[in-house]
Design a protein around this ligand. Structure first.
Ligand code: GLA
Ligand code: CA
Length: 773
């Protein structure tokens, strides 16, 4: 009897607990978020499940908790889950339910951002490549095909996660609709359609929200969604929320992405953001009860081929997504971590404390591994397909990897030029097996000279696809050769046809099926294979600095891309994917290594840029001569953050646009501009896709990545900044790519408090021909 009573009491307690749990609610109150009707400040840590090996998920979640966060914020990456049409996969490293449950196990809420577009420096911003098989597809619009596919994806996500909404016993407190749509287009119909799809997928019980920049949030703001803002370290917090507060005085405020650092591109300086400035930003928010999500709390690694790219100018992402975040790529604490943890520990409720910091995983060195087996691509050709005309890779049902286009010259030539429209993204051009050129889309290298060639010469163009663009309209980024190949002789173009096409996908099953033979370093593109033994496993960093350009697979896991130009020279190798005993490593090198060997280091090398051309745009000894040039406009900006639009008194025809800053508001020597737009005949910004920097009198590249191209990289948080000396005037000249009718321009100064380097007085010049130097 006694026993029965105890049992009954126990059952009651359990039921009560369960109902108490079920009763959890999350809602939007007057000026604050509410959990069970109690105000909370969301302190979210953004981490990405595919950027962390699944066995390490729990560790990283615990690290976020120890950092002082109460929420985990995740994107859902559509193209990871639906790699082939209608084949959804939520298993293993893609098991989002498991991921969210792990967060719940450690008392963390989850914010879900299912896109469908996510940006995130991820291949095509998370959209599946196969959408591009439809030639006229317009992604992120009401395009019926796109909308139909989004519906299927969203439902699949709903099936996984809708049951984890907080009031149903899970930990999901909010779901995001689209992502920074204002930076892409103005289309409320589209955004409402996505909102409805998110609801229809089952996310009916928690608040839905939109995130945007303070310059764009009104463009698509829906009445029934919460609005949040994204901005980075250094931003002026009060200024960021000024407009939003006016529009929605009662809304709780949240910075849905506070950028802790920044991402790295191949061939560009490694990015960092000062810990002190970042921590100050968080403090400013906490002091105002503003919720935030730290993007990234831990960036991790963009394994395999999953990195995206920015455009213009086309610029692919490195494999490391360390992001200079508080938790390093390998899950280690950093100085930023300690500083932030100290700050956050000051904002705990009475009785709360931060858990101990979990140990990081052991690290090992791996002695030199020599590669003695190779499989050259040209002697391992897979089955080919014929195509009369050039088609991009998607038309051959290939998503990623390299593609070889082969044809023979129909008639002999005495020399000329080969023009490839366009190379996406890096090509090797061969005539009868002899390398003629390497072409790099980052520099818009689409042509090369041809020597005299005989009729019947075999022409090979091997094109490596880097990441698909993940931001802006150029996310419609088809790979391989997008349009055509022409031979231009004596100014007359002839299109080449009758192609044999060979696909080299990135799948491990393909890569390991190559015929590897004993061989030394190859001068032609090749796969290399080696095995190595380990007596203990641990995390390590594979040093790729003797290799050219390509990709690495270890024990079947695609580890990432490498490129000699850096700044990343090592690849993070998680110990959980290594084995005691025998391991296998395969390297694809399209350029060819200096030495075919790899060592595992105990520390990463992420900031070793090796380029033979400088990043700055002013040539040595070059001096701009503006004497005699006609001033189109002489004016003064208004002091303060935010975009400013200047209309010319009359339109001017021209291709070269020069903005000259004569003085600054802070009366210092440095000029800075975050974004610049040139207004065309219709008064709207002209496309910046073909823009290039002709000249900038000075560019800071020692203290950070502040080159002049930052004024048209579409990112409001990146900027051109001159060095301390010389003083004003400062000039930037942009080649607009073609002649335009210019009616004015728009300019965005830096987002920081005090608007450092904001130009006061300026002059503008517009010319048909280039300026004189
Ligand atoms: C934006 C996007 C994110 C990411 C960051 C930059 O805010 O929403 O996905 O791309 O920029 O890291
Ligand atoms: Ca910028």
């Amino acid at each position: 009897m006694k026993y029965l009573v105890v049992m009954l009491v126990l059952i009651c307690v359990c039921v009560m607990k369960a109902t108490a749990q079920e009763k959890q609610t999350f809602s939007i109150g007057n000026g604050s978020f509410l959990v069970n009707n109690e105000p909370v400040v969301i302190k979210a840590a953004e981490i990405h499940y595919p950027r962390i090996p699944e066995p390490y998920w729990e560790h990283r979640i615990q690290m976020c908790k120890a950092l002082g966060m109460n929420t985990i914020c995740i994107y859902i990456f559509w193209n990871l889950h639906e790699q082939r049409l209608d084949q959804f996969d939520f298993s293993g490293n893609k098991d989002i339910v498991k991921f969210c449950r792990l967060a719940q196990k450690h008392g963390m809420y989850v914010i879900v951002r299912p896109g469908p577009y996510v940006c995130a420096e991820w291949e095509m911003g998370g959209l599946p490549w196969w959408l591009l098989k439809k030639k006229d597809v317009k992604v992120r619009t009401m395009d019926p095909y796109f909308i139909e596919r989004v519906g299927k994806f969203m439902n699949a996500v709903g099936k996984q996660l809708a049951g984890l909404q907080i009031n149903r016993g899970g930990n999901v407190i909010m779901v995001q609709v689209e992502n920074e749509y204002g930076a892409y287009a103005t289309d409320k119909t589209y955004v409402s359609t996505i909102r409805d799809m998110v609801r229809n997928a089952g996310f009916t019980d928690v608040p839905l929200f939109q995130c945007d920049w303070n310059s764009t949030f009104k463009k698509n703001g829906l009445d029934d969604l919460l609005w949040t803002l994204n901005f980075g370290t250094g931003a002026n917090i009060d200024n960021q929320f000024k407009e939003l507060k006016k529009e929605r005085p009662d809304s709780p405020l949240m910075c849905s992405e506070f950028w802790s650092g920044w991402f790295d591109h191949w061939g560009r300086k490694h990015e960092t953001r000062a810990a002190k400035t970042m921590v100050q930003g968080i403090k400013d928010m906490l002091d105002r009860d503003i919720s935030f999500s730290l993007y990234m709390a831990h960036g991790g690694t963009t394994f395999g081929h999953w990195g995206g790219a920015n455009n213009p100018a086309y610029s692919a992402m490195c494999s490391s997504y360390d992001y200079d975040a508080p938790i390093s790529e390998a899950g280690w604490v950093t100085d930023k971590f300690h500083q932030l943890r100290t700050l956050l520990s000051n904002y705990l409720k009475p009785g709360e404390s931060l858990p101990a910091i979990p140990e990081s995983y052991p690290v090992i060195e791996v002695p030199e591994i020599h590669f003695t087996q190779a499989a050259p691509l040209f002697t391992n050709l897979p089955k080919s397909r014929q195509s009369a005309d050039i088609q991009p890779m998607e038309q051959f049902d290939q998503g990623w990897g390299s593609i070889l286009y082969r044809t023979t010259l129909p008639a002999s030539i005495k020399g000329g030029v080969i023009k490839i429209t366009e190379v996406h993204d890096w090509a090797l051009v061969f005539a009868d097996g002899k390398l003629l050129a390497r072409l790099d889309r980052r520099h818009r290298e689409f042509t090369t000279k041809l020597p005299p060639l005989k009729e019947g010469t075999r022409l090979d163009i091997l094109v490596e696809a880097m990441g698909r663009v993940n931001f802006g309209w150029s996310i419609h980024d088809r790979k391989g050769i997008t349009e055509k190949v022409e031979i231009i002789e004596n100014g007359i173009p002839t299109a080449l046809s009758n192609w044999e096409v060979y696909s080299f996908p990135v799948d491990y099953s393909f890569v390991c099926s190559m015929k590897y033979r004993k061989s030394e370093v190859q001068t032609m593109p090749a796969y290399y294979k080696a095995t190595f033994n380990l007596d203990k496993v641990g995390d390590t960093f594979f040093d790729m600095s003797t290799w050219g350009k390509g990709m690495v697979w270890v024990n079947g896991h695609a580890i990432g891309r490498f490129w000699e130009i850096g700044p990343q020279q090592t690849l993070y190798m998680p110990g959980c994917w290594l084995r005691k005993g025998k391991n296998e490593i395969i390297v694809l090198d399209l350029k060819g290594p200096r030495e075919a060997s790899v060592r595992g280091l105990e520390k990463p090398i992420l900031d070793m840029l090796r380029k033979n051309t400088p990043e700055t745009h002013r040539k040595e000894g070059q001096n701009l001569n503006l004497t005699g040039e006609k001033v189109v406009m002489h004016g003064r900006f208004t002091q303060g953050n935010g975009w400013q639009e200047i209309k010319f008194p009359f339109p001017v025809e021209g291709r070269y646009f020069c903005l000259e800053g004569l003085s600054s508001f802070d009366e210092k020597t440095v000029a800075a501009i975050a974004e610049l737009d040139v207004l065309g005949a219709d008064g709207l910004p002209v496309s910046r896709d073909a823009w290039s920097v002709v000249y900038a009198d000075s560019e800071e590249t020692d203290k950070g990545n502040f080159t002049a191209d930052k004024v048209f990289d579409l990112q409001e948080s990146t900027f051109w900044r001159t060095v301390e000396k010389p003083d004003f005037p400062h000039q930037i000249i942009i080649d607009l790519g073609e002649k335009q009718t210019v009616t004015g321009f728009k300019c965005l100064p830096r987002a920081e408090r005090g608007v450092p380097g904001q130009i006061k007085e300026y002059r503008v010049y517009v010319k048909i021909d280039n300026f004189k130097f």
